[in-house]
Design a protein around this ligand. Structure first.
Ligand code: PHE
Length: 556
């Protein structure tokens, strides 16, 4: 009824679809998360597990999600609750599908915040805010920015204003439907690649020309070497494997529900095999070739690789890069700043737009909500969830969202959907979905991988994170288990995180009253963030329940 009154949504062209899907995948993860993960996990030692995970987890999950989406779309389902429902008979799949809406709203809340930093930093780069600043000034500028302190633009509460503005830009584009997303991807992706190449070439040509008396050993090439000298010693370290798998999830946007949603707007005979692999490889090119060639080499070129190893973190992009760009003279500093933060902005927005689509698809399918209503209600939810990340960034709300919605949920959902696809829906039916309309011959070995390897690996990744042993010492803990001394959990394991063990350890060691107070506050805010996340999850469950009820009545 309501359904038929709305015009059918579909992708405008194959190129548009691939760019939108690639834009969905290529995101902040490629430029901010990947270099940090690589550095923290041993550089060349990280790349091998990373590539193995791409082949054994990434590609199979892309196949699974694209084909599940197209399959669900045949029955008019555009979000995971009812896409999964169309594949499995049990009622529970609908509720597992809730993850595919929930994570997007949980992630978009903080993701658009980083996007808004990039947006405002583009303006600051143009205005020359960072001219003449020392490195610590630039770092301080960021600290003050996120604590809602200074406003160089003369705008009160600058981060908040930019956050709302960027969220609004997202909503506005979303309200134009798939066409809007396609348009942004067609402009944003080429620009992003252009900016990326410009910066990577600059890093490539830098060599040791950035050396200073303070860092006499600095050399950009050390940054490249560090990442591209394969090391085999850490292949047996589960921590590196977990990090590699986590990065593959995040960067390909699998386990989120956005790919299924995009694919649900395909026609039932459209190719998915070639399309999914093209979008996946495009993401890997941007991540492995461009993402690795900017932050680390440029920082290594000025500060030396040792400095990078010690200081690698997510803040580097905002706290170090603007200072380093200043070394290139006023004009090129502005160009580099606009390129870098512009690149981050485009990478971010093509991903955050994707996160709006599962909610919009769901509300449209089930309650007949049009694009405008869908987009604005999504914006409202994102704002409610997102304001605490802006206002209480330093109290850890942001991290809490990233951990539960942006990391743990992805693995849980991917595990469930891979079991559903290979074992409930059935690998034979699944395989025929993958190969129907395929423009390439999918290697038969993937049938085996999807059936056995991918679910098993996912299970291992999940269990590995759930019960990470103390000090990541698997061998030692297995021994201790068998000798009756039990299993000691690491504070970073999911179970210990649940009890705030990481914060409590710091609390026990804290030396001043003030420090303890800050830590206790952190626990409070982390519980607050969890309450919000759980409420969001339950709200979507309720909507699914109600939608299901409505469907039943309509059939009768
Ligand atoms: N893949 C995006 C990135 O690399 C993140 C993302 C996850 C986007 C899930 C959409 C959905 O930043």
């Amino acid at each position: 009824m309501e359904k038929t009154s709305l015009p059918k949504e579909a992708w405008g062209s194959r190129l548009g679809l691939i760019l939108a899907m690639a834009g969905n995948a290529v995101g902040l993860g490629n430029f901010l998360r990947f270099p940090v993960q690589a550095v923290q996990n041993g550089g060349g030692a990280f790349i091998i597990p990373y590539l193995v995970c791409f082949l054994l987890l990434g590609i199979p999950l892309l196949f699974i999600e694209w084909s599940s989406g197209r399959y669900g779309g045949k029955f008019g389902n555009h979000s995971t609750p009812f896409i999964l429902d169309s594949m499995g008979k049990r009622a529970v799949w609908k509720y597992i599908g809730v993850f595919g809406i929930f994570t997007n709203i949980g992630v978009v809340a903080y993701y658009t915040y980083i996007e808004s930093w990039s947006f405002s930093y583009v303006l600051h780069a143009l205005m020359g805010t960072f001219e003449g600043m020392s490195q610590s000034d630039v770092a301080l500028f960021f600290e003050e920015y996120i604590s809602l302190g200074s406003s160089t633009l003369g705008i009160p509460l600058e981060p908040l204003i930019f956050y709302i503005l960027v969220l609004f830009i997202n909503i506005y584009i979303l309200s134009k439907g798939l066409g809007g997303i396609e348009k942004v991807a067609k402009i944003g992706m080429p620009l992003l690649i252009l900016f990326g190449i410009l910066l990577a070439v600059t890093a490539y040509r830098m060599g040791d020309s950035g050396r200073s008396a303070e860092f006499p050993d600095a050399n950009a090439w050390d940054g490249f070497d560090f990442l591209w000298t394969p090391q085999f010693d850490s292949l047996t370290n589960p921590k590196v494997w977990l990090a590699a798998a986590g990065q593959i999830f995040f960067t390909l946007s699998v386990g989120m529900g956005t790919i299924q949603c995009y694919a649900a707007y395909l026609n039932s005979k459209d190719d998915i095999a070639l399309n999914s692999v093209s979008a996946g490889f495009m993401n890997e090119f941007v991540e492995v070739v461009l993402g690795s060639a900017i932050v680390i080499p440029i920082a290594a070129g000025y500060l030396g690789i040792d400095w990078v190893l010690e200081n690698a973190g997510f803040g580097m992009a905002f706290q170090t890069m603007p200072f380093l760009f200043q070394q290139w003279g006023e004009v090129f500093a502005a160009i580099a700043g606009v390129s870098w933060f512009g690149l981050l902005f485009f990478a971010g927005i093509t991903s955050s737009l994707a996160m709006g689509t599962p909610w919009m698809g769901f509300m449209r399918d089930e309650f007949g909500w049009g694009k405008k209503r869908g987009a604005y209600s999504f914006g409202l939810l994102a704002l409610i969830m997102g304001l605490p990340t802006v206002l209480f960034y330093q109290q850890g709300v942001f991290e809490e969202y990233d951990y539960w919605a942006g990391t743990v949920s992805l693995v849980v959902f991917a595990l469930m959907e891979s079991i559903l696809f290979a074992w409930v829906f059935g690998i034979n039916k699944g395989w025929s979905e993958i190969t129907t309309g395929a423009d390439i011959k999918v290697p038969q070995v993937y049938k085996f991988i999807i059936k056995y390897i991918t679910p098993l690996l996912l299970l291992m990744v999940f269990l590995g994170a759930l019960i990470t042993p103390e000090g990541n010492d698997w061998a030692g803990n297995i021994q201790s288990l068998f000798s009756g001394q039990g299993w000691n959990l690491d504070p970073s394991s999911i179970i210990e995180k649940l009890y705030h063990s990481d914060i409590k350890i710091q609390l026990a060691a804290s030396k001043s009253q003030e420090e303890s107070q800050i830590l206790e506050e952190k626990i409070w805010y982390s519980n607050f963030a969890r309450t919000l996340l759980i409420s969001l999850f339950l709200l979507i469950c309720l909507l699914v329940f109600y939608a299901n009820h409505k469907r039943k009545i309509n059939i009768q």
